[in-house]
Structure formats: C-alpha cells, structure tokens
Ligand binder design. Structure first.
Ligand SMILES: C[S@@+](CC[C@H](N)C(=O)[O-])C[C@H]1O[C@@H](n2cnc3c(N)ncnc32)[C@H](O)[C@@H]1O
Length: 284
C-alpha cells in the first residue's frame, strides 16, 4: 500500500512539471516540420524554464563529468576529429576555435596546444567553473570561457566571422531551435577560415532511432529538446544555412540503457566566398 507523504507529493509534482514542459516542447518539436524550426519569436516561458533546469542539472554533474566512460570516449573522438578530419590543418599561430556546449572542457582544453585560441562556451556555471580550474591548473593562456545560453534569440558573443572551427558534441539536442542555431554557427565562422579554405562546423550528436528516448529518460532529463536527429534533417538545415556538407554519418556508438546509441558526426564547411550577412538577413 502506498502512503501520501510530503516527499512523494513533491516527487509527483516535479514529475508532472517536467512532463508538462517536455510535452510542450514536443508539441513544438522542430524535427516535425520545417515551419516549426522557423520560430523567431522570443523564447517561451516554458522553454526558458526547461533551459534553466538544464543548466542546473549540468552544473551539478560537472564535478564528476570526466569520470564517465562515455564522456571520455566522446572527448577522445572529438579531439581525433579536430586533428584528422578537417579539410585544413590546425595551426598554432592562426586557428581560432569555438566549442559550443563545452561541458567540462575536455575538448577545449585538450585542443589548446594545437591552436591559437579556444573559446569554451556553456550555459552551466558548474561546467564553466570546471573549465576555469583546468585552465588555471594547466596555466593555459589561450583558452577563454563564456557562460551563456545560446538559443534562437541569441547570438554568439563577439559577432560574425570570428572562428575557423566551431565544434559541438552532445549539446545540439539541448537547443530548442536547431535551424536558427546552425545559422548562428554559420555567421560566427570565418568566410575564409581554415587558412582560406572555409570555416568548419563539426556537430557530434545522437542519431534518432526507435530507442533514442531511452538515452534521456524523462524522469531525469525532462530538459532535453530532441531525442536525436534524422541525418537528412541535419543535412537540410546545414545546406539551407549556406554550408557545404563534407560528411554526415553515424560513426560510433555509446552504450546507455542497454542500447548502443549511434552517434553521428557532421562536418560542414562555410565556403570561402560566403558572406555572413546573407544568413543574418535570412534570419530576419
Ligand atoms: C550533454 S553535455 C555535453 C558536454 C560536452 N560537450 C561533452 O561531450 O562531454 C551538454 C552541454 O551543453 C550545454 N548546453 C545545453 N544547452 C546549451 C545552450 N543553449 N547554450 C549553451 N550551452 C548549452 C550544457 O550546459 C552541457 O554542459
């Protein structure tokens, strides 16, 4: 027999709130139609609350983030991708990198010695504190941090045409408006990035499968906007923003909840002749 206690009432209310937010977000799910990813309106109260819950959850997880095998695997794959798969070589004297949703900074800090400058951006204060302590311990002078929630309404601090590379791993599914976010990445990349070869965007994330929702069980992850992406949707959004798609496919798996979840890698290039203002104008 179950008794009604203060704690299980609270648990039920929290679950209902998370379910409610999640239902709201699903009803807005940009994966479902082109029109829904076009929302330019200011952020809804529900979406803002979900994002704030996400930042709290990641802040709490920051201290032990690097201990999980799957996080170590993702960091190792990320570093390998940046070192071997771009159409240009990283250059210590010129390459400028933004990591969006950097988490504990394993990739941002790990790639620092290969490049001129890294900007590690994340919405969770706990994650940014962890990156800062790595920067201090390793006495890195070319890694800076930005504590910021990027979404459809916000731009990356610093404006257009700044980075040769934008890298993001397992953060894109937390962004409510995928299409606007890809356009923001496009604008922030240099036209002649990569030593004139075009700036590169690298997205690592979950491919959508029948099991993808088990990666983020709703009881603990009501703040997740997308349970994986269809690769055709990602490709279409990249092309629409102006990118040339170098490759997009699932390249490895992460085991969670007894399922090997496919992780895709998308590498897209902003052509050397591209202009950031074309995309910025399309956003209006
Ligand atoms: C699943 S973690 C991935 C962290 C790291 N990239 C990794 O692979 O270990 C997602 C990260 O993205 C951040 N994040 C989620 N939504 C964001 C947003 N809209 N703007 C900036 N950071 C965001 C979270 O705070 C979290 O640290």
């Amino acid at each position: 027999m179950q008794y009604v206690t203060k704690s299980n009432v609270l648990t039920a209310l929290t679950g209902a709130a998370i379910f409610g937010f999640s239902y709201y977000i699903k009803s807005q799910n940009p994966n479902k139609s082109k029109k829904s990813t076009d929302a330019k309106d200011s952020k809804s109260i529900a979406a803002a609350a979900v994002e704030s819950a996400s930042a709290d959850r990641f802040s709490k997880a920051a201290a032990t983030w690097d201990l999980a095998d799957r996080h170590q695997l993702l960091a190792m794959k990320g570093l390998e991708l940046l070192r071997t798969r771009l159409p240009f070589k990283l250059d210590r004297s010129s390459t400028e990198v933004l990591e969006f949703g950097c988490g504990s900074g394993a990739v941002s800090v790990g790639i620092a010695s290969d490049v001129k400058r890294v900007v590690a951006l994340d919405a969770a204060a706990g994650m940014i504190d962890t990156v800062k302590s790595k920067i201090a311990t390793q006495r890195l002078t070319n890694v800076s941090t930005v504590l910021k929630m990027i979404d459809s309404a916000a731009d990356i601090p610093g404006g257009a045409n700044q980075f040769d590379v934008i890298f993001t791993s397992m953060a894109f599914h937390h962004v409510p408006n995928s299409r606007a976010c890809i356009k923001t990445f496009y604008d922030a990349l240099k036209c002649g990035g990569g030593g004139g070869g075009g700036g590169a965007l690298v997205i690592v994330d979950l491919e959508k499968t029948a099991q993808t929702e088990s990666y983020h069980p709703i009881e603990a992850h009501g703040d997740v906007f997308f349970h994986g992406f269809r690769l055709d949707d990602i490709r279409a959004m990249l092309i629409e923003a102006g990118f040339t798609v170098q490759s997009i496919k699932s390249e490895f798996t992460i085991n969670k909840a007894n399922f090997d979840h496919p992780i895709f890698v998308a590498i897209a290039i902003k052509p050397p002749s591209a202009s950031a203002s074309a995309s910025a104008a399309a956003k209006k």
